[in-house]
Design a protein around this ligand. Structure first.
Ligand SMILES: Cc1cc2nc3c(=O)[nH]c(=O)nc-3n(C[C@H](O)[C@H](O)[C@H](O)COP(=O)(O)O)c2cc1C
Length: 206
C-alpha cells in the first residue's frame, strides 16, 4: 500500500490490501492508454455495478453514452480543448455521462411503494439540480466500477457542454456533465500525484 494510508486505516478495511490499492490508493487518473480494446461485456458489467450505488429516492438520473463509432468520437472530441480532445480520440473506450432532467418520469418504476412523491419534483429547477447532484454521485460509482474491472479512468470536465448536448443529446434532452476515457494505462500515463487534504483539515467530529 502507498505511504498515503495510515497504519490504523490499513487495518480498518475488510477488503484485501491489493483491492484497496486498485480501487483507491494506487489508482490514478490516466492520461494515456495502451491500444487494447475494452470488451462490450466489460462495459455492460460496469453499468451493472454503477446502477447499484445509492441515489435519492432511488432516482438514478445518470444516462451513459458509450461512444463507439468514429463519427461520434470525432463529434465528442470537437467539443474539447486540444489536450482533452487528443485523449478522447485515443482512449480505447469513451463514455459521455449525462443526467436526465426529466428523471422523475419513471418514478413509478424506481419508487413504486410511494409513487405519489413524484409530485415533490414538479418544479423543474429543483428537479434538475436533484438530477445533476445524483448523477454526479453515480459518476463516482461509475469510476469505481471501472477500476474494479481492472481499468483506469481519465475523467474530463473540460468540454463545451452545450455543443456536446447539441451533438449527441438533442433527441433525449439529457445534459452532459463528464466525459470519461477508459482503458489500460499507457506510457507516461500519470502526472505527478497531487496532495490530498489531511483529515485534520477536511474532517471534524462534532
Ligand atoms: C470532474 C472531473 C473533471 C476533470 N476534468 C479534467 C479535464 O478536463 N482534463 C484533464 O486532463 N483532467 C481532468 N480531470 C482529472 C483530474 O485532474 C484528476 O482526477 C486529479 O488531478 C487527481 O488525479 P489522480 O487521480 O491521478 O490522483 C478531471 C477529474 C474530475 C473528477
Amino acid at each position: 500500500m502507498t505511504e498515503q494510508l495510515t497504519a490504523s486505516a490499513s487495518e480498518a478495511f475488510v477488503l484485501a490490501p491489493e483491492v484497496m490499492d486498485q480501487l483507491f490508493f494506487e489508482a490514478r487518473s490516466a492520461n494515456s492508454f495502451i491500444d487494447e480494446p475494452v470488451a462490450d461485456e466489460t462495459l455492460d458489467a460496469i453499468y451493472e455495478a454503477t446502477r447499484m450505488g445509492p441515489t435519492l429516492m432511488n432516482n438514478q438520473p445518470l444516462r451513459i453514452a458509450w461512444i463507439k463509432s468514429e463519427g461520434a468520437r470525432r463529434a465528442v472530441a470537437a467539443t474539447m480543448s486540444g489536450s482533452n480532445a487528443a485523449k478522447a480520440l485515443a482512449a480505447p473506450a469513451l463514455a459521455v455521462l449525462s443526467f436526465d432532467p426529466e428523471w422523475h418520469e419513471t418514478f413509478e418504476y424506481f419508487f413504486p411503494h410511494a409513487a405519489e412523491r413524484k409530485a415533490m419534483f414538479e418544479e423543474s429547477t429543483m428537479r434538475s439540480s436533484v438530477g445533476s447532484n445524483n448523477a454526479w454521485l453515480q459518476a463516482g460509482y461509475f469510476m469505481m466500477a471501472v477500476r474494479a474491472a481492472g481499468l483506469a479512468v481519465g475523467p474530463m470536465g473540460g468540454f463545451d457542454h452545450a455543443a456536446l448536448d447539441a451533438a449527441i443529446n438533442a433527441e433525449t434532452g439529457y445534459k452532459s456533465f463528464l466525459i470519461v476515457n477508459i482503458g489500460k494505462p499507457g506510457e507516461n500515463a500519470w502526472f505527478q500525484r497531487l496532495p490530498r487534504h489531511e483529515a485534520d483539515f477536511a474532517v471534524r467530529s462534532l
